[in-house]
Design a protein around this ligand. Structure first.
Ligand code: KG4
Ligand code: ZN
Length: 347
């Protein structure tokens, strides 16, 4: 049996649509086409995501992007077997656009629909890469809203080993960048600037590094960056590169050390990194080096699939269906879950 799955992502500031084909007996579903519209430019003027504007833009983009992926793949809308969408977590209004359009398409085509957990999409996105992982593995999920270490035994089999008790890693990047006047989204801007700076220039805290557990905390680091920026005053402009490099080094060191501790604790020898911060070059370099020395394999999503996209939503739906963990259904009375812990969908 072969299933053509349309995936729609609209949880935050990116509209993503993709087509994936899942064939019985094939090891993994394959990505046929995907298209993305980023709202970054639109939100930049406001220094962050404006939820109402995000929802309105998703409405404008979702159908043209759907047409584009069908055309790219040479498929007709009527050939779609399942319509998948991000059900949560995310911005309520933004989620409602994707869910509404997906369920309307499903109802019009008389095809089943499936609501996907956004973080499961990130978590399974490395299966779209040319070097897909094998279960089981330790997952480091680092996005704008979440920072978690997980033991992953299979699709839907997730055990949270540790997570942030306050800000997420992406938030630490974004908020520090904002303090330095780097605009939105801060992560990529801060890491670009950091490449020209001295990571040892400022002593910044490594929160919970020696806590003995696998939890994270980044709120204190952000406050330390603020204190340092205030101390610098008029000198900040000239020292921005150094402050950016020192901030990035602090965040990355904590992420790498805790991931190594999770490997040791779980006895696993494979790591999967997912979520927007997974695009960070220093994180990749340091994790690769530390894991190579321990004969641990590290897998990442393709760089362009680290941040939000439709491919990971179609892929997660395909893998859930293939694993028999979930069935798509014709209940079009959709709801969304702006807050939705990942372990709520774990078996
Ligand atoms: O996964 P994602 O697209 O959205 C959420 O689900 O939250 O992650 C976005 C986050 C933002 O905080 C952004 O600043 C961060 O990922 N990010 C980066 C980099 N690229 C994106 N952080 C550090 N370095 C990067 N290269
Ligand atoms: Zn995301």
């Amino acid at each position: 049996m072969s299933l053509l799955i349309l995936g729609i992502e609209s949880s935050c500031d990116e509209t993503g649509v993709a087509l994936v084909r899942a064939v019985d007996g094939a090891p993994l579903p394959t990505l046929l086409s995907h298209a993305l519209h980023s709202q970054i430019e639109m939100h930049q003027a406001y220094g962050g995501v404006v939820p109402e504007l995000a929802s309105r833009d998703h409405i404008r983009r979702v159908l043209p992007l759907t047409k584009a992926v069908l055309k790219q793949a040479g498929e007709e809308l009527s050939a779609v077997d399942v319509v998948a969408y991000t059900r949560g977590p995310g911005l309520a209004g933004a989620l409602l656009v994707g869910a509404g359009v997906a369920c309307a398409l499903g109802a019009a085509l008389d095809k089943p629909v499936l609501g996907v957990h956004h973080l499961e999409g990130h978590l399974l996105s490395p299966f779209l890469s040319s070097d897909p992982p094998e279960f089981p593995f330790v997952a480091l999920l680092v996005s704008g809203g979440h920072t978690q270490l997980m033991r992953v035994e299979g699709v839907g089999r997730y055990e949270i080993l540790g997570e942030t008790i306050d800000d997420a890693a992406g938030e630490a990047f974004d908020k520090s960048a904002k303090l330095m006047g780097l605009g939105y989204p801060g992560g990529p801007a801060l890491s670009r600037l950091a490449e020209q700076g001295d990571a040892k220039a400022f002593k910044l805290p490594r929160p919970l590094l020696h806590s003995g557990d696998l939890d994270f905390s980044f709120a204190g680091l952000k406050t330390a960056v603020l204190t340092q920026a205030r101390k610098l005053g008029g000198e900040l402009e000239a020292r921005k590169e150094d402050l950016a490099a020192s901030t990035q080094a602090a965040i990355v060191e904590v992420l790498v050390r805790k991931t190594l501790a999770a490997l040791q604790q779980s006895g696993l020898s494979r790591v999967v990194v997912a979520g927007g911060v997974g695009a960070n070059r220093l994180l990749r370099a340091q994790l690769d080096a530390a894991c190579a020395a321990r004969r641990v394999r590290v897998h990442y999503p393709e760089l362009h699939l680290c941040t939000d996209n439709g491919a990971m939503i179609a892929m997660a739906a395909a893998m859930r269906l293939q694993s028999g963990r979930q069935q798509a259904n014709r209940d079009y009375a959709f709801d969304v879950k702006p807050r939705w812990p990942l372990d709520a969908i774990a078996a």
